[in-house]
Design a protein around this ligand. Structure first.
Ligand SMILES: NC(=O)c1ccc[n+]([C@@H]2O[C@H](COP(=O)([O-])OP(=O)(O)OC[C@H]3O[C@@H](n4cnc5c(N)ncnc54)[C@H](OP(=O)(O)O)[C@@H]3O)[C@@H](O)[C@H]2O)c1
Length: 277
């Protein structure tokens, strides 16, 4: 049912993952467990979502073997200093209650603060120590990734960026691909905003007898992107995973590509200037 990408470090990763932002506490555990039972094998968390504990508990409760699941967390901007980053990664692992985290990302580059190379060195060292399996980044522009490569010699395997039909990241995707980096899509459904009412996509969905969300997620998979839709409902969780029994034509792909808007970011968070701590 699920298909996979192979990361440049050799690990296999599902083509669709599960976003967990705003799924917290025992209710979060229940909904994340539901998602795992629906078939999700990649879970996206972050220190700043304050739900690494819920994700870890859902993994333990799920009965799915640990090596079939990819657990993700992210380092927040306030901990980019080397020793802070080392401590934070260790605390993430402890909070999950797992022995290791599969994929650890720097959440935002915060280029004005300019400590992301230090933070990256901490991820590289945590990987060597076996605390994290794969390492990557989020919201990194080409210039940030080039700097990591130049100063540490180590490239990320994933770059998780805002990506939906109104902001399709064509340039960033081409750059990531040139470095064998898989692009992940955050807010792949535009966090259920106007994109879910876009007439071009409504028409394509009707033709395929699929939902609008399924068409958007299928478009991302066909672009070679890895979307991580979040849903609290089991029905929509299953719907968002059910993408592998149809495909979009070249014309349909082109029509969705054309929905791109220069100011299409949901909240204008341009990683060149936006910082998050
Ligand atoms: N790296 C970063 O900086 C960053 C930033 C933002 C998010 N993220 C990650 O990306 C994940 C996904 O992004 P997101 O949560 O912002 O937004 P999203 O996945 O684009 O959209 C989630 C919203 O869409 C609704 N929804 C889900 N499936 C649907 C469907 N089939 N039909 C209609 N509505 C549907 C959900 O409602 P229900 O829950 O009611 O179904 C929820 O309101 C996050 O959870 C987080 O893990 C990362």
């Amino acid at each position: 049912m699920q298909e996979h990408y192979i990361l440049s470090d050799g690990f296999k990763i599902p083509k669709v993952g599960f976003g967990t932002y705003q799924l917290n506490g025992y209710d979060g555990v229940r909904r994340i467990e539901q998602a795992i039972s629906a078939g999700y094998r990649l879970l996206d968390s972050a220190v700043n979502y304050e739900n690494e504990g819920a994700v870890g508990r859902a993994v333990k409760n799920s009965g799915v073997s640990r090596d079939e699941l990819t657990v993700t967390s992210k380092l927040p901007g306030r901990y980019h200093g080397y020793q802070d980053a080392v401590n934070t990664i260790q605390e993430s692992v402890l909070r999950t209650g797992l022995d290791y985290i599969d994929l650890y990302l720097i959440h935002w580059p915060n280029p004005i603060e300019d400590k992301y190379v230090e933070a990256w060195q901490a991820l590289v060292d945590a990987q060597k120590a076996g605390l994290v399996r794969s390492i990557g980044v989020s919201n990194f522009l080409p210039e940030h990734i080039e700097r990591l490569e130049k100063e540490t010699g180590v490239l990320p395997v994933i770059n998780q960026v805002e990506l939906h039909p109104f902001f399709n990241q064509e340039t960033q995707r081409a750059f990531d691909a040139s470095k064998q980096i898989i692009t992940q899509a955050w807010s792949p459904l535009g966090r259920a905003s106007a994109v879910l009412k876009e007439q071009t996509i409504v028409d394509i969905a009707e033709k395929h007898k699929k939902s609008i969300a399924q068409v958007i997620l299928r478009w991302q998979v066909q672009l070679g992107v890895l979307p991580i839709p979040k849903s609290s409902s089991i029905v929509r969780q299953e719907e968002n995973l059910n993408l592998f029994d149809f495909s979009l034509s070249e014309e349909e792909m082109a029509a969705i590509n054309q929905l791109m808007k220069q100011d299409g970011r949901r909240k204008g968070q341009d990683p060149a200037v936006y910082q998050e701590f």
